[in-house]
Design a binder for this molecule. Structure first.
Ligand code: PMP
Ligand code: GLN
Length: 387
């Protein structure tokens, strides 16, 4: 008997996302929401002003299917300026409804039923659902605590003759890992050797504190086999706008575009102007965004450690992960469901991002993308956990 009547079998078991469950719990209990990753302050004012100006000046109808030229040009200029990769804004850039749609369209476009997609666990929840929607199968390689390294032989073993896509997320949600140059070199080499397409989710590309973001597309042999996906939501603190993009060779872009046009066709016309303005801001603005968030990461990490939790260092993203075994707890899901009652804070159990439930059972993710006084309030509440 299916869990969810009417739902196609390939999506049975996916249920409600943990983000919806935990944000609803935060609202219902009046708790501080360190679960779902969204900031509680606006980003650079130029970005919001450009979107408002676009609405006021009548840019309120369907934008072009591939995105407004101003944004596609800004995306191409951003890739060239930050990473030294040239993309043609007309044939190699596609604007999508957030990175979420870019990932879905890429997997639906590139995977035949029965193909395999290799990714790293823990993994962002939409990956599993989109792989399943495509009728493909996921093969996961584990990022192991405490440093979230992976065993190269596990990656080699995960690749089979059925593997079509390697799906990489760096900087990585939920761990905060930023893949190193050596790791990326290995991944690139394997993609070339096995003729795989890499789909990379780089939505946290500007939110790096330790190390630096190196797009996989910049590695040898990867220019024409990588679908690079990002989004303006994190960088510019506007997660509700859902303006993302895909950069890839003309052939790969055409494949992804063919699917994308039947998912949403277009989205967020005026917001596209806002993100175009944002991408053109000076580098100092991007560095400020990262520096602000780094301070928040430090404040949250120190507060979680003071509460007795074992904290893993986060090198980037909105997130910090802890192991609750240090306070005598074992089950992150039960812990997160009880946390609002116990101390008025919401977090996310990392186990939902794992196939290997034993590996993720005691791990819990907290979002650090909140104002410092909110973080202080939350960690103050958490100090009572061990008493
Ligand atoms: N990928 C990762 C790793 C994410 O954390 C998120 C959500 N924040 C997304 C994709 C989705 O991005 P968007 O909101 O642009 O659809
Ligand atoms: N990416 C956000 C997170 O990981 C949530 C986005 C969503 O709600 N799907 O918290």
């Amino acid at each position: 008997m299916a869990d969810t009547p009417y739902l196609v079998s390939r999506l049975q078991g996916f249920g409600t996302t943990i983000f919806a469950e935990m944000s609803a719990l935060a609202v219902a209990t009046g708790s501080i929401n360190l679960g779902q990753g969204f900031p509680d302050a606006d980003g650079p004012p130029e970005v919001n002003e450009a979107a408002i100006a676009a609405i006021r000046s009548g840019h309120n109808q369907y934008p072009p299917g591939i995105g407004i030229p101003e944004l596609r040009t800004a995306i191409a200029a951003h890739q060239a300026q930050w990473y030294g990769v040239d993309f043609d804004p007309d044939t190699e850039v596609l604007v999508t409804a957030g990175a979420t749609e870019g990932i879905a369209a890429a997997l639906l476009a590139l995977c035949e039923p029965g193909d395999e997609v290799v990714t790293f666990e823990p993994y962002y929840d939409s990956y599993a659902a989109c792989i399943a929607l495509a009728g493909a199968h996921r093969r996961v390689v584990q990022l192991r605590t405490p440093d979230y390294s992976f065993d190269p032989s596990a990656l080699i073993a995960a690749i089979t003759p059925r593997t079509r896509v390697l799906l990489l997320n760096s900087p990585h949600n939920p761990t905060g890992k930023v893949f190193t140059r050596d790791e990326l070199e290995l991944i690139a080499r394997l993609c070339v050797e096995h003729d795989l397409i890499a789909v990379t989710d780089e939505v946290y590309e500007h939110l790096v504190f330790d190390g630096e973001h190196q797009p996989l597309v910049t590695f040898s042999g990867m220019r024409d086999r990588t679908v690079t996906i990002s989004s303006g939501g994190k960088t510019f603190s506007c997660t509700g706008w859902k303006i993302g993009w895909v950069c890839a060779s003309p052939e790969l872009t055409a494949a992804v575009r063919t699917v994308k046009q039947f998912l949403t066709y277009v989205n967020g016309g005026p917001f596209q102007y806002g993100i175009a303005a944002g991408l053109g801001l000076p580098g100092s603005v991007f560095r400020r965004v990262a520096a602000d968030l780094e301070e928040k990461r430090d404040r949250l990490s120190a507060g979680l450690a003071a509460a007795g939790l074992s904290v893993f260092r986060s090198a980037g993203t909105y997130f910090v992960t802890v192991d609750i075994r240090s306070i005598g707890e074992r089950d992150g899901l039960a812990f997160c469901r009880a946390l609002p009652e116990r101390c008025g804070v919401v977090a996310v159990p990392s186990v939902v991002f794992y196939d290997d439930h034993d590996a993720g059972r005691s791990l819990v993710r907290f979002a650090c993308c909140k104002q410092l006084d909110v973080i202080d309030d939350a960690v103050g509440r958490l100090q009572g956990l061990t008493s």
